[in-house]
Design a protein around this ligand. Structure first.
Ligand code: NAG
Ligand code: NAG
Ligand code: NAG
Ligand code: NAG
Length: 352
């Protein structure tokens, strides 16, 4: 590639900042005086900080079993042990639990006793990354807000698993073994508040069907997705962050209106098989199209509003809002069209 233009100004990671604002703050201050001496029992395998009586630290200890959890505990840290099972018994008094971190253990579905999780009526965050799960655990507490299941072997989602999880905002299933047949008609039904769905690095060939209407962030990188059905985005009218890097998308696999969806702010289509710039909306801010097979850039597609700006429109509130465009790793022959460089008012980064 002969021409490299790189105006690198600071690029905000919109995704992260939006997300942190939506995560509910669950740390609340507790007065240690609320607990008297005899209440302050601590499993001998663990550490109980006197200044933070609602937390129990049992991580990195080679534990094979979950110790009995005292009733005062809100935050339970059990990551990086050798735990294979989640029985009901150790949690029988732990009715206040908000947060459990069981990442990096050896938990299997057979090891989870049926009521063990669902009895935790106040649980908000459940971390089970890097375990041996083959299906999404079920039943789960209805109060759950975040479910982190990255890097397991999940290929199945039992019927009704999500149907009562009305407060779930984040579901992370990246790096598992999901195929298209993992989804039933009603798999996602009931997830009224789901905002982020991460299914990157699975084995999907199609877009997951019937997503929850409030989905804002949809991450599907590193699958084998070949196409997007016509009108797919109509059911997710709030989608703002769409990542489809490292898939098999071709021009003919896209809906006829491409990605002309006004809610999308950040669109990532790197490492696919596109030969043309797909249609976008003037609201789009970040566009990643590197490592496709694009030969020519039709400037009026990338800057949809510049050619059609109505005389009575305030030119600043109307498009194009694109501030980041990546086109390297394509088959674009220099010179880069001058009007491509002129067409964005807000362009901060252009990588060709
Ligand atoms: C739960 O509390 C009861 C009553 O204090 C106690 O007898 C029992 O051993 C506790 N269970 C666990 C698992 O700690
Ligand atoms: C969902 O969250 C709301 C608001 O925090 C709360 O009132 C409600 O009880 C929660 N639902 C469940 C099933 O926990
Ligand atoms: C996808 O695969 C590429 C190449 O192997 C890797 O660099 C990237 O980190 C992966 N992304 C995700 C989200 O798994
Ligand atoms: C560029 O895109 C516009 C708008 O989609 C279209 O009307 C025009 O025919 C395209 N030009 C070329 C040379 O493909």
């Amino acid at each position: 590639m002969a021409t490299t233009i790189c105006f690198l100004i600071w690029v905000a990671f919109i995704t992260d900042s939006v997300w942190t604002r939506t995560v509910r703050q669950v740390y609340e201050v507790h007065d240690p005086e609320d607990f008297n001496e005899q209440d302050f029992d601590c499993p001998r395998e663990c550490f109980c900080p006197p200044s933070f009586p609602t937390a129990l630290y049992c991580e990195n200890r080679g534990l094979k079993e979950i110790p009995a959890i005292p009733s005062r505990i809100w935050y339970l840290y059990l990551e990086n042990n050798l735990i294979e099972t989640i029985p009901e018994k150790p949690f029988e008094n732990a009715t206040q639990l908000r947060w459990i971190n069981l990442n990096k253990n050896k938990i299997t579905n057979d090891g989870i006793e049926r009521g063990a999780l669902s009895q935790l009526k106040k649980l908000l965050f459940l971390f089970l990354e890097d375990n041996e799960l083959e299906e999404v655990p079920s039943p789960l507490p209805r109060s759950l807000e975040q479910l982190q299941l990255a890097r397991n072997k999940v290929s199945r989602i039992p019927q009704g698993t999500f149907s009562n999880l009305e407060n779930l905002t984040l579901l992370d299933l990246q790096h598992n073994k999901l195929l298209d047949n993992a989804f039933q008609r009603d798999t996602f039904k009931g997830l009224k508040n789901l905002m982020q769905l991460n299914m990157a690095k699975n084995a999907l060939r199609n877009m997951p069907p019937r997503l929850p209407a409030n989905t804002m962030q949809l991450f599907l990188d590193n699958n084998s997705i070949e196409g997007i059905p016509e009108n797919y985005f109509n059911v997710i009218p709030k989608v703002a962050f769409l990542r489809l890097n490292h898939n098999k998308l071709s021009d003919s696999g896209l809906p006829s209106s491409g990605f002309d969806v006004s809610s999308i702010l950040d669109l990532q289509l790197s490492h696919n098989r596109l030969t043309k710039v797909p249609r976008i909306n003037a609201h789009l801010q970040h566009l990643h199209l590197d490592h496709n097979k694009i030969r020519n850039v039709n400037v009026s597609v990338i800057c949809p509003a510049t050619t059609t700006l109505p005389a009575d429109q305030d030119s600043f509130s109307y498009g194009p809002h694109l501030s980041y465009l990546r086109l390297d790793g394509n088959e674009i022959k220099p010179p880069v069209p001058m009007d491509l460089m002129n067409c964005f008012r807000l362009l901060q980064t252009l990588i060709i």
